[in-house]
Design a protein around this ligand. Sequence first.
Ligand code: ZN
Ligand code: ZN
Ligand code: ZN
Length: 230
Amino acid sequence: MLLCDFHIHTKFSDGSLDLRKTIDIFGQTGFDVIAITDHVVNGDHPIGKFAHRFKLSVTAKNFGEYIENIRYEAQRAWDKYEMLVIPGVEISKNYISSDKSAHLLIIDIKEFIPACMSIESILIEAKNQGALTVACHPHHTPDRMNKDTLFLWNNREKYCRYIDAWEIANRDDFFSVVAHKKFPYIASSDFHRASHIFSWKTLLNCQKDVVSVKQCIKTNKGVAITLFRN
Ligand code: ZN
Ligand code: ZN
Ligand code: ZN
């Protein structure tokens, strides 16, 4: 099965390592498929304004450069490690209230999507681009203290038809409540620094190409999760 991680941050947002170093860590560890998913933060709230100011968010302005860098590194990763690298973002709608906050992975994104649009518009735009949508850390995370993102889970009946998969595990946290619902699932590291490589991961039984990977996750056939340890 393919060893995969679909939730990875670099210095393009708040990750501690640059893109190339990040890719080398995953390549050298033997991963088959990864997605780079730096934050795109909503600028319509002080938290987001702060993120923009301190360059902790991909923006409309540097999105082109971001994608170009990922595509370049993806070719290098394929030649060197036979590892598939897919460009993505983590739309990060941050508010004081956990009930309003939502984080959403858009994997295989082509055009910039602003995080200040409504969740519904974002999901529809992602679908129009043929991207995969994943609700991330959708339930309470004990070590994130007041930074829970519960909007998608609380409104799951309304939005589940647009959401291709749900993270049932993120780094060290397992969301059993989410796992009980029979939605398609993945598990990811939410990688921000090197030690995060040891965390929950997804295993896929499919071909190593973008179309097959997206299809495998959507249909949720041949998907497993594993707690990847040293
Ligand atoms: Zn982050
Ligand atoms: Zn997040
Ligand atoms: Zn993240």
